[in-house]
Design a protein around this ligand. Sequence first.
Ligand SMILES: [Ca+2]
Ligand SMILES: [Ca+2]
Length: 92
Amino acid sequence: VYNISKEDGANICQWEYWGGNGQKFILEPVKEIEGDVNADGALSVIDVILLQKWLLAVPDAELTDWKAADLCEDNIINVFDLHLLKRMLLEQ
Ligand SMILES: [Ca+2]
Ligand SMILES: [Ca+2]
């Protein structure tokens, strides 16, 4: 991290490794949000639209996090997942 900064938005630079504090990182798993198909950190109508487009095979409609769309947890993405996603959105 440039200038060994601990501030949000600090720049990251490529540097030769010398063991400095600015080169030490803690990797934490990202918290998955159910239904967050586009992986933007929130469940919204955009996720519903994206899943709907993907199910209709609209070109360029790609599920960033397909597992988040599998709300029935059957490893298949289909209209039942879309139905649950719409319901989750209405209930939030
Ligand atoms: Ca989302
Ligand atoms: Ca499913």
